[in-house]
Every structure is written in structure tokens, then in C-alpha cells.
Write a protein that binds this ligand. Structure first.
Ligand code: 16G
Ligand code: ZN
Length: 574
């Protein structure tokens, strides 16, 4: 390392002392903690991102967010050149840098990484890091720390993309590395163009009464609502955004996808006692409309984003029951996408006309985690799809999905996307070209055009609530379905999730995509004995990747049974 580089690093890192007595770990989605202790961590992740950019000779992303966590928390994660999560090989580097006790130790670790990874820090190259953050008030000062981190490696430059959703940052990194347009305006343009293309291809437009009603979005008081407001005019949809983050509501407090999916109740601003409801009610009286359920108090078709808009769930209000909802979670979004895509593929393949096109049997794969409702897995298998399981965390699901021509992954909590292989996309383009010369306007050509539009609409880098919402909306229009009709694809098995505070969550070690606990010894046998007390019960435990707890999941034919199975398994963990 050159003298100039050495002194720059020593000087800048002395401004960011690490918090005392805290051991940080780069978890499922980066570092997360109370924002007040994160300045040194974010500074060091800035350094790490710069090193990764030099090593890969590509643009790297750094996102400051704590997703659905409380507003006083924050976090930081790195996006790799593909736009996906930081490669797992580098996670130990992140851990060691974050926990280095002083500037000299930090320097020694940086040197080790440079040697091990053959990183050319000779001043002849440059590196570029895109910096994004969510709406948390602590984001501004953490962003400054990230900038200093990046700038303390000679030749590394940052580009501040401002307040964005997490998936926007991932998308921009991917686009930049593919040499494609990568601004926010380009992102919006790609989303709205491909969405409108799908809407233009909706069959029998006249029968669309159900889904042309207003969509009401719960923006979790985060960034997603604001971004949706920015493009909604170009979509031709009637959308009302609540919990947009502009009012008095607090980020993720009794709002958002995580709250709605876990609690299965209405978020704030959607209930009968909310201001939104009252104004809607007055509105209804003045104009003689029928009542709050239909005209905005609850709304027929509602969706919730999480704070950084990488998760989405839908719900509808169960009328006359206070705050109860009919939840349409990530598993059902996955099922809707899988059904639609499979249908388009079969139309396309039926139409094989032998006129110069190549046969191609697209392999569709579906990836879920142990949290997937058993009824969803059964449904997907009944559709004839290949269903795979991975541990919780996008990095695992994404990797598995990328092995297919079309890989569809979703966690029950609403994080997921659809990945298309390059090979399949080139075949699709070729097929499309062929069809436009021999059978323009045919069902086969429409199916090909729809699949191309889906591949452009749905984020290829990460789960994206905004693009997910638009794909759901387009498919509901295509099917002529309401949320309730969609929900009837299958009936969720009752389930319960609990968390148990433990001294050391790492004492629990799992295998088989987290369905079997191998440590502590004997615990799985005890869990099996509890499960055996129920007909068709299922339960598992796993250490959280984001909190100091062990999570318990149970599923059974009735809610009472699911509750009691979860409770007895939780007792085994305590
Ligand atoms: C993170 C993960 C999410 C996972 C959740 C599990 C990413 C981008 N996010 O939010 O996919 O469902 O952690 O949390 O990977 P847990 O380990 O605390 O249950
Ligand atoms: Zn999130």
C-alpha cells in the first residue's frame, strides 16, 4: 500500500471509532443495529465496497436501510456487480472490518483482503460505488460516513443516488454494469412501458369491472409510496397512497408489509377509526356513495409495502369485522405469477408451427422457504411445477432461482421476484421475431410479447415491491379477478409464528432448508414428538438472521392447533 493511501486511511478511520463492547455481524441482509452505533460500521462498509469495486472492476452498490425495522434502527448492505447481494465469500471480510478495534488493526485487515483477493490498488484504476438510503432520519449522517469510507481508498468515487427504494439501488447497479440506462427516470420508464404493454395485451377488456376499482396502498410511511406517487399518472391505474411518509405516521409503526403479514390485521389509516376513514365517510355522504368499505375506508384491493419497498403483500378488508383482513401473502403472489407464466409458456409452445423456430422447453422453477404455507406448495405442485426450498434470506432464494430458465421465488413475507435466463430471453426474442413475420396478432405472439414485458417489468436484481405490484395488477386485469377471487386459488393452512428470546441463538443449528434442527442435541426429536400429536401438523425452529431470537413456526388444520403446537415447540426452546 502506498504511503499516501496509508496515511489517508489512518486519518479518516480515526474519525470513526467503533462502538465499545458491541460485536457486529453481516447478517442475512447486511449490518443492522440501533442507528446511533452505526457510523463506524457504515464507514468501513464504504471501504469494503470500494475494495470490491476494484476487485470486480465493476460498479458496486451500498444501501443504507433497516427495511421494516423500527425507525431508530438503521443498517447497511452491499450490492454486487450483478445487482444481487454481496457474495457470501466476502461476508467474513465485512465482519472483520466492522469489528476491528482501532485504525491500525483496520489497516492490517484491509491489507490482508488486498493480498488475498489480489486487489490492484496501484492508483491506475478507478472504482465506483452507488450510494442510496431510505427515509430514516439517521440516513443522512450515515451517508456521510459511507462517503468518507469510499473516499478513503484512492481512486474510488461515490455517486449519491439519494433517497431510493432498496430494489432501485440494486436495479441501477445491475443496469450500470450491463452498460444500460440506469437513472431513476429510466427505471420508471421501463416499469411503466412494460406495464402498459401488458395492459394493452389484456384479453376481453370489457369484463374488467372488478379490478378497475381503486387500489389503496399502505406505504409503511417509507419510501415506496412516494415513488409510486411519482409514476402513477403514467400507469392509468386509480391508486390512493396512504401512510405515504408525508403525514404524521411513523416509519413501520403498525403499518407496512411486515406488520400486515405477521399480525394479519389492518395497518393504521385503514380502519374505521382513522382520519382517512372519516374523511372518506364524509365524502361518501356528500356524494351519496355507498359507504366506507367500498370508497376508501378499507378499500377492496389493498397492498402494503415495507419501509424500503422490497416486500409487498396484498389484502382485502373483511367487512363488518373491525380490523380483520383477508391476507394475500408472498406465497399467493408467487402462485399468481407462476400460474400466469405457465399459461403463457403453454400458449407459446402449443403454437409451434415448424417454420424455422427452435423447440425450447423452458424450465420453470419455483423457490420457497420453510415459511411457505403448506397449501401453497401443494397448489404449485398440482400446477406441475418444480418446487425447491432454501434457507430464509434473499441471497439463497435468488441463487437457486437463477438456475432455471424462469425462476420464480418468494418468501411468504412478500420478498421475491421472477428471474429470466439470458438463454431463454434470446430464444423468446427470436420466437417473437418469427411470429411477427408469420402470425402477427396471434395468441402465440401475444404470449411471447407478454413474457418479454414481464421480464422487463419485474426486477431482475432483487425483490421489488413496486414492480411486483404492477405485475400483480396486470395479471389481475388479465384474469379479470378481484383480490378475493385470487385468494381462492387455495385456502391457507392456519399458522402461527412466535419468537423466543435466548442467550445464544447460534445454539440452534438447522439443516434441510431450516426444516430440521441438528443442534442442540435431541431438540428435533422433541419437536417431532409435539408434531405427532396433530394430524397434518408442521413445525420448525430457526435462529433469526436479523435479531437475537429463535423463531418458531407451526402449521396445523385449525388455528387453535397451530397456536398450541407453536406454543409447545417454543417451550422446548426456552
Ligand atoms: C431479511 C431478509 C429477508 C428474510 C428476513 C428474515 C433479505 C434482503 N432480507 O429481512 O429475506 O425473510 O431477513 O429475518 O435477504 P429473520 O432471520 O430475522 O427471521
Ligand atoms: Zn425491506
Amino acid at each position: 500500500m502506498k504511503e499516501e493511501q496509508l496515511s489517508l486511511l489512518l486519518k479518516s478511520s480515526s474519525k470513526f471509532p467503533p462502538p465499545l463492547g458491541v460485536k457486529l455481524s453481516y447478517g442475512t441482509s447486511g449490518f443492522r443495529a440501533d442507528a446511533s452505533i452505526l457510523r463506524s460500521t457504515v464507514f468501513r462498509v464504504g471501504i469494503l465496497a470500494a475494495l470490491r469495486s476494484f476487485q470486480t472492476k465493476s460498479v458496486i452498490g451500498l444501501m443504507i436501510t433497516a427495511s421494516h425495522n423500527v425507525v431508530s434502527d438503521n443498517g447497511v448492505k452491499v450490492a454486487d456487480p450483478s445487482g444481487g447481494m454481496l457474495t457470501q465469500d466476502w461476508e467474513p471480510f465485512a465482519d472483520s472490518l466492522a469489528n476491528a478495534a482501532d485504525p491500525h488493526h483496520l489497516l492490517q485487515l484491509i491489507n490482508e483482503i488486498i493480498k488475498k483477493e489480489n486487489i490492484p490498488l496501484d492508483g491506475t484504476r478507478s472504482a465506483e460505488i452507488l450510494l442510496g438510503r431510505d427515509t430514516r432520519p439517521s440516513g443522512e449522517s450515515l451517508l456521510e460516513a459511507a462517503k468518507e469510507g469510499v473516499s478513503s481508498i484512492l481512486g474510488a468515487n461515490f455517486f449519491d443516488i439519494g433517497v431510493v427504494t432498496t430494489p432501485q439501488l440494486h436495479w441501477m447497479v445491475r443496469q450500470r454494469n450491463l452498460g444500460l440506462k440506469a437513472s431513476e427516470a429510466d427505471y420508471f420508464e421501463q416499469l411503466s412501458t412494460s406495464f402498459r404493454c401488458l395492459m394493452d395485451l389484456v384479453p376481453n377488456k370489457s369484463g374488467m369491472a372488478n379490478t378497475s376499482e381503486k387500489l389503496i396502498l399502505d406505504g409503511a410511511n417509507g419510501i415506496g409510496g412516494e415513488k409510486l406517487e411519482m409514476i402513477k399518472e403514467s400507469l392509468g391505474l386509480v391508486i390512493e397512497v396512504r401512510n405515504s411518509g408525508k403525514g404524521a405516521g411513523v416509519l413501520n409503526e403498525k403499518v407496512g408489509a411486515d406488520f400486515v403479514q405477521k399480525e394479519k390485521i389492518l395497518p393504521r389509516s385503514f380502519g374505521p377509526n382513522d382520519v382517512g376513514f372519516r374523511s372518506a365517510e364524509i365524502f361518501a355522504v356528500v356524494w351519496g356513495f355507498r359507504g366506507w368499505i367500498k370508497f376508501g375506508g378499507g378499500g377492496d384491493r389493498c397492498a402494503s409495502f415495507d419501509g424500503d419497498a422490497d416486500r409487498i403483500v396484498y389484502f382485502s378488508v373483511i367487512q363488518e369485522t373491525g380490523n380483520k383482513i383477508n391476507l394475500v401473502d408472498g406465497d399467493k403472489i408467487l402462485s399468481l405469477f407462476a400460474l400466469f407464466i405457465k399459461e403463457q409458456i403453454s400458449i407459446l409452445q402449443q403454437g409451434k408451427d415448424g417454420k424455422g423456430g427452435s423447440e425450447y422447453h423452458a424450465r420453470i422453477g419455483v423457490v420457497q422457504t420453510a415459511y411457505a404455507n403448506g397449501a401453497s406448495t401443494d397448489y404449485l405442485k398440482r400446477l406441475g411445477l418444480e418446487v425447491m426450498f432454501t434457507p430464509t434470506g434473499v441471497k439463497y432464494l435468488h441463487e437457486q432461482a437463477a438456475a432455471y430458465d424462469i425462476g420464480i421465488y418468494f418468501e411468504a413475507n412478500g420478498h421475491g421476484t421472477v428471474l429470466f435466463s439470458e438463454k431463454f430471453l434470446s430464444w423468446l426474442e427470436e420466437r417473437n421475431h418469427e411470429l411477427s413475420s408469420v402470425s402477427i396478432g396471434s395468441e402465440q405472439q401475444k404470449a411471447a410479447l407478454r413474457l418479454v414485458a414481464v421480464s422487463k417489468l419485474i426486477n431482475q436484481a432483487a425483490g421489488d415491491a413496486l414492480s411486483g405490484l404492477l405485475l400483480v395488477e396486470a395479471i389481475l386485469q388479465h384474469m379479470g379477478w378481484s383480490v378475493n377471487k385470487w385468494s381462492e386459488l387455495y385456502q391457507d393452512l392456519p399458522s402461527r409464528q412466535l419468537k423466543v428470546k435466548v442467550l445464544d441463538r447460534k445454539a440452534v443449528v438447522t439443516t434441510n432448508a431450516e426444516t430440521v434442527a441438528v443442534e442442540p442435541p435431541g431438540i428435533q426429536e422433541a419437536i417431532n414428538a409435539e408434531i405427532a400429536k396433530y394430524t397434518q401438523g408442521r413445525s420448525f425452529i430457526r435462529p433469526s438472521g436479523t435479531e437475537d431470537v429463535v423463531r418458531v413456526y407451526a402449521e396445523a388444520p385449525t388455528q387453535e392447533e397451530a397456536d398450541s403446537l407453536a406454543k409447545s415447540v417454543a417451550h422446548l426452546v426456552e
